[in-house]
Design a protein around this ligand. Structure first.
Ligand SMILES: O=C1O[C@H](CS(=O)(=O)O)[C@@H](O)[C@H](O)[C@H]1O
Length: 297
C-alpha cells in the first residue's frame, strides 16, 4: 500500500453533509448535494463558482436526466427535478416511510437505470434497502441494510459494488446489464472496526483500470482498492468525514470528494476548518464516465 498525493480544497463550502458528487460531461460541471443543508449544488471548476439550489427536504443523491433536469433521491422518494433543481414529479415514493428513512447514495447503471439506496436512521433495524428504478418502476435489489452506500460499476458494467457503511463492508455482485438484476453477492472487502480512526466505506467510484476508490467516513482519507479488493493507496483529505468521490474534468483525471461537518466535535472543526468543503486531486488513471439517467431505460 502506498501513501498517495493528498486532496486540496477547491470550494470551502461549509456544507453540513456534502454528498453525491456527479460530473456532467455535457456541462463540464460538478453537481453535488448537501443532504442536511437541503440543497443541490452546481460547481463550475473553470470559474470556481458554486450555485446552491434549495430543496424542500433532504436530498441524498442526484443524477443528470437525459432530456434535461435530474433524478434525485429525497427523503420522500425518487423525484424528477427540473433544470433549476425544483421537484416536479414523484417517480417513486419511499417505500419505507419517511419517519426513519431517506434516500442516500445513488448511481446510474451503464444503460441509464438509476440505483439508489436508503438509510435506516436509527441504524439499528437494518430496514434500509437498495433499489433499482427504471421504466418498469421501483424494484428492491437488496435489504437488511443500515446505510446503503458505495455504489459503483466495473468498467464492463457486469460487477456492481455496494457498501453498507456502519458494517464497514463493501460487497460486489454480478450485474446483468440487460435487466439490471444482481446475483452472487460476496464480500469485496471489510475494514476492521477496531481501527475506528481508519474510517468506514462511504461513497465510491471506479476508475478505468477497475480500481475502486472509497471515501472513508471518519477516516479522513480516500483509499484505492484493486479489482480483487486489495488496498493499493491512501490519500489524506483535510476533513475527518469524506463522504463520496467522483471523477471529473475534461479527461476524467480530477477526483473530487465531498465532506461533512454536521455533528462533528468543535476541536475537530477547529483543527480541520475546511470540513464540509469540496476537495480535489489529479490522478493518473482516469475515471469511468457515468451516464445520465435515461427515463426510457
Ligand atoms: O453516506 C452516509 O454515511 C454516513 C456514515 S454512517 O452511515 O453514519 O456510518 C452517514 O452518517 C451519512 O448521513 C450518510 O449520508
Amino acid at each position: 500500500m502506498t501513501a498517495g498525493p493528498a486532496f486540496t480544497c477547491v470550494l470551502d463550502a461549509r456544507a453540513k453533509l456534502g454528498e453525491g458528487p456527479v460530473w456532467s460531461v455535457d456541462e463540464q460541471a460538478l453537481y453535488w448535494v448537501d443532504i442536511k443543508g437541503r440543497a443541490l449544488n452546481r460547481f463550475d471548476p473553470a470559474t470556481g463558482a458554486n450555485r446552491a439550489m434549495a430543496l424542500p427536504e433532504e436530498i441524498g443523491c442526484v443524477a443528470p436526466r437525459k432530456g434535461g433536469g435530474f433524478i434525485a433521491g429525497l427523503r420522500s422518494g425518487l423525484w424528477q427535478l427540473d433544470g433549476e433543481g425544483r421537484p416536479v414529479t414523484c417517480l417513486a415514493a419511499n417505500p419505507e416511510g419517511q419517519g426513519a428513512s431517506r434516500f442516500n447514495d445513488g448511481k446510474t447503471d451503464p444503460a441509464g437505470r438509476y440505483l439508489a439506496g436508503t438509510l435506516d436512521e436509527p441504524k439499528a433495524g437494518g430496514k434500509a434497502h437498495l433499489y433499482r428504478y427504471d421504466r418498469h418502476g421501483l424494484a428492491v435489489l437488496a435489504g437488511g441494510l443500515l446505510t446503503s452506500n458505495g455504489l459503483a460499476f466495473s468498467p464492463d458494467g457486469r460487477t456492481l459494488y455496494h457498501a453498507d457503511t456502519p458494517t464497514f463492508t463493501v460487497r460486489r455482485y454480478r450485474y446483468d446489464p440487460a435487466t439490471g438484476a444482481i446475483s452472487d453477492g460476496e464480500v469485496f472487502f471489510r475494514l476492521e472496526p477496531k481501527d475506528g480512526d481508519r474510517g468506514r466505506p462511504d461513497g465510491a467510484a471506479v476508475d478505468a483500470q477497475g480500481c475502486y476508490w472509497s471515501a472513508l467516513y471518519e477516516g479522513g482519507r480516500v483509499a484505492r482498492f484493486s479489482p480483487d479488493g486489495g488496498l493499493l493507496s491512501e490519500h489524506p483529505v483535510p476533513a475527518r468525514c469524506p463522504t463520496m468521490v467522483a471523477f471529473g474534468g475534461p479527461d476524467l483525471r480530477t477526483l473530487y470528494v465531498t465532506t461533512a461537518s454536521a455533528g462533528r466535535p468543535a476541536d475537530e472543526l477547529e483543527r480541520l476548518p475546511q470540513s464540509g468543503g469540496l476537495f480535489a486531486m489529479t490522478v493518473e488513471v482516469p475515471g469511468l464516465p457515468v451516464p445520465p439517467f435515461d427515463p426510457a431505460a
